[in-house]
Design a protein around this ligand. Structure first.
Ligand code: DGT
Ligand code: CA
Ligand code: CA
Ligand code: ZN
Length: 573
């Protein structure tokens, strides 16, 4: 059975958590965490690489020892060191570390003093007021824990798009090998590029007598077949993800694709338009009386109700039908319109690759420029750059640029926005950079007014260019900080600053709604990957999906501009 990268990554992550609680050597812990990140974000499957006899120790952050461990996991599904750690320490303790604000130190205290093993124990202890009595916790911390546990366990579990993509592509590859299959598409929220999916909806067109359904319900990764029929089956996979498969004849493919892509509210609105014209629209086609007049393609369905084709990312009943009717649909941005990426890290701070490796990978993607935005030093990253190292960074980029033909590296820093709204580097240093990405990386819990003022004040600095990951959220893990995003966007627009749409699949920050807001305000957006390795540069398509959900066009995005135009846009005076 093929193990997915995300399963390997979460085993490594869990191992790191448990070792952390045990006070193991911090370098060892870090090695596992870095490896988890590499594997989790890698574009190719470890299982596949092992199968082809490729050397995993060539991957960033993966040494010989880790390569062997991953290979064992691929071959046996087990990570023996993890099992050992689990036998020494209650395994659920690593779940506790998922609660924001609980690190290994605190988890250990909770375990040793209150015998807390699980989220349930934690909730009970918090409700009984036991936690405040512990040294270093107090009433406020207890209240925070209580709130976060509730939010964490009450949250509807939706799957991040990166994980869904990994599961879906393996399944599609498997299904394609069935006899009689013509077309396969993952529809539903996945096709609309929502940042998380509730389940996967796979649509298949096949010849009569195709084996696809039998093959599907025999997929190795299924843990439960929820329902099974000739044209529709639902299963749950080991990853926890539920999958619906529907098989339709070719003549109905477009209508079915339209139906199962949704969103439901969009479908209903289209169906209503049909009714007005005397048509019935369902997943089998568009019907006039009992005669099918359209349904082979989605375009036919739209045409039948007098509309141009509407892209899946727009189908949320957020005004797209109205816009389509008036011929005012946006020309959504596509990835090939990008000229570069404006947020990337190298080994100099917390990335995995060298300047040259990052430059070559970006050139491979056809980019004209890549901004190297090393972290600044004071707060968030142990290895952030101080003034001296920033000056060295600038020199190194100048030197490398002189040797590069196809691509330019832009001299940049991801500068921390300090609590008082100042920037984490002196102005005379910032002045020597091509651009800055300025981010909030600590003090997330300020009041809405304080947080908003803090960031607006930072934007007053004439060297502030792009507000990095504007809400600070991590999908399913950390809520956004409380901030008046509309005021921030207005403020950015007035000052000649921009906001980032961070394309990392754990962030996707801006949300789709926030993109719509930026567009309404007339504020331009930078779509950037925040790459920490050459592979991460491939995250761009997630950002593009989100931007398209937010109706953004090439004109709304600054990194669609060639370098000279970009430089002009970035000038604030
Ligand atoms: P999810 O899975 O929660 O991320 O969201 P979706 O949009 O994938 O929703 P899902 O899986 O429940 O259904 C897939 C699509 O099927 C949905 O986008 C539209 C269509 N659909 C489901 N139920 C209905 C319905 O009652 N009426 C109509 N018109 N369409 C429906
Ligand atoms: Ca779905
Ligand atoms: Ca579904
Ligand atoms: Zn950052």
């Amino acid at each position: 059975m093929a193990i997915h990268n995300n399963e390997i990554a979460s085993a490594l992550e869990r191992l790191a958590d448990l070792l952390d609680i045990e006070d193991a050597n911090p370098f060892r812990v870090r090695a596992y965490r870095n490896a988890a990140r590499t594997v989790g974000g890698y574009s190719r499957s470890m299982a596949d690489m092992v199968e082809h006899g490729e050397d995993l120790s060539k991957l960033p952050e993966i040494g010989k020892d880790l390569a062997d461990k991953i290979k064992t996991m691929v071959e046996t599904g087990k990570l023996p060191v993890l099992n050992e750690a689990e036998s020494r320490t209650p395994p659920a303790l690593s779940d506790l570390m998922k609660i924001e604000g609980l690190g290994p130190k605190r988890v250990k205290i909770l375990y040793q003093h209150l015998d807390i093993h699980s989220l349930e124990d934690l909730k009970r202890a918090a409700n009984k007021g036991k936690i405040r009595e512990l040294e270093g916790f107090g009433k406020k911390t207890e209240a925070m824990i209580k709130q976060r546990v509730e939010r964490y366990s009450g949250a509807e579990k939706r799957t991040k798009l990166l994980v869904a993509q990994e599961v879906a592509s393996a399944l599609i590859k498997y299904l394609k090998r069935s006899q009689g299959v013509k077309q396969i598409t993952v529809a539903g929220s996945y096709r609309r590029r929502k940042e998380t999916v509730g389940d996967l909806d796979i649509l298949v067109s096949a010849k009569k007598g195709s084996t696809v359904m039998t093959r599907f319900v025999n997929y190795e990764e299924i843990i439960e077949v929820i329902s099974q029929g000739k044209t529709r089956s639902t299963v749950r996979l080991q990853s926890g993800l539920q999958v619906d498969v529907r098989v339709v004849p070719q003549v109905s493919y477009g209508a079915a694709l339209h139906y199962f892509t949704g969103a439901k509210a969009h479908n209903i609105a289209v169906r209503k338009l049909g009714v007005k014209q005397g048509y019935k629209i369902n997943e089998y086609g568009v019907f006039e009386d009992d005669k099918r007049i359209a349904g082979k393609t989605e375009a036919e369905v739209y045409q039948a109700v007098g509309l141009p084709y509407i892209e899946p990312e727009l189908r949320e009943n957020r005004g797209e039908i109205e816009a389509a009717r008036k011929g005012k649909l946006p020309q959504l941005i596509t990835q090939d319109e990008l000229c570069g990426d404006l947020h990337a890290h190298t080994k100099a701070s917390d990335g995995h690759h060298s300047l040259r490796q990052m430059a070559e990978a970006a050139a491979q993607l056809g980019y004209q420029y890549l901004a190297i935005t090393e972290h600044s030093h004071r707060v968030t990253v142990a290895n952030g750059l101080d003034k001296t190292r920033v000056l060295k960074h600038i020199k190194e980029i100048d030197k490398l640029n002189a040797q590069l033909d196809d691509i330019q590296l832009l001299k940049s820093i991801e500068v921390d926005i300090m609590e008082d709204g100042s920037l984490d580097l002196p102005d005379d240093v910032l002045a020597q950079l091509d651009l800055t990405v300025c981010s909030v990386h600590y003090k997330f819990n300020l009041s809405r007014t304080q947080q908003t003022e803090r960031i607006l004040k930072a934007m007053d600095n004439p060297h502030f260019n792009i507000l990095g990951h504007p809400s600070g959220r991590l999908i399913n893990e950390r809520e956004p900080y409380d901030v008046d995003l509309e005021r921030l966007m207005q403020g950015a627009k007035e000052r000649g600053c921009f906001v980032e749409l961070n394309a990392h699949p754990d962030r996707l920050d801006l949300t789709d709604d926030a993109c719509l807001l930026a567009k309404e305000i007339g504020l331009k957006v930078a779509i950037s990957t925040d790459a920490h390795s050459t592979n991460d540069l491939d995250f761009m398509h997630f950002g593009i999906g989100q931007a398209r959900r937010g109706w953004l066009t090439a004109d709304d995005v600054i990194n669609t501009r060639p370098l000279n135009q970009l430089k002009r846009l970035l000038r604030r005076d």
